[in-house]
Design a protein around this ligand. Structure first.
Ligand SMILES: Nc1nc2c([nH]c(=O)n2[C@H]2C[C@H](O)[C@@H](COP(=O)(O)OP(=O)(O)OP(=O)(O)O)O2)c(=O)[nH]1
Length: 140
């Protein structure tokens, strides 16, 4: 079965946003599809797991960060050659801890996002994020 025909995989993705609007991106480690590409941290939702619980788990596992609260923001569906994913983006302005590279990944706080390449499904988000961060408009 090809990825387009496969059942979509739910992925929880978190955008940590500092008071000045900077957001945290991470670089996918070696061994994963699209290694070296930049993304917002997160990962696959496990069977029976709530999406927000998956988000919190992934942030602890990848970055040693405890998300205290987050708002569901938008959803994006994308068919890659390796998987059909349904991405659930959250924005968090309240967390505990400083990001640590627990999976050996690079990460970077960014205002205008300058890291590249980005995962294809994440690219449209940057425009919507700029509207939210810099135009005070949270409807997209
Ligand atoms: N975390 C994250 N994943 C994204 C983004 N954009 C995007 O297309 N994806 C895709 C890439 C992957 O196909 C999928 C995430 O799966 P993953 O393999 O990184 O998840 P995981 O950390 O649970 O990995 P693993 O345990 O299976 O190794 O979502 C994004 O901005 N952040």
């Amino acid at each position: 079965m090809n990825a387009a025909a496969a059942c979509p995989i739910d992925v929880a993705v978190g955008i940590l946003m500092r008071p000045n609007g900077d957001v945290l991106l991470g670089q996918r480690p070696a061994g994963k599809p699209y290694a070296g590409y930049w993304e917002f941290p997160g990962g696959k939702v496990e069977a029976g797991e709530a999406i927000f619980d998956a988000l919190k788990r992934e942030f602890v596992e990848e970055l040693g960060i405890e998300i205290r609260s987050a708002e569901a923001w938008c959803g994006v569906e994308h068919v890659y050659e390796h998987a059909h994913v349904r991405l659930h983006f959250y924005i968090s302005r309240e967390w505990r801890g400083e990001p640590q590279s627990l999976e050996g990944q690079a990460f970077a706080w960014q205002g205008a996002v300058g890291v590249a390449p980005l995962l294809p499904a994440t690219i449209p988000l940057l425009h919507w994020l700029d509207l939210l961060r810099y135009d005070g408009n949270d409807t997209i």
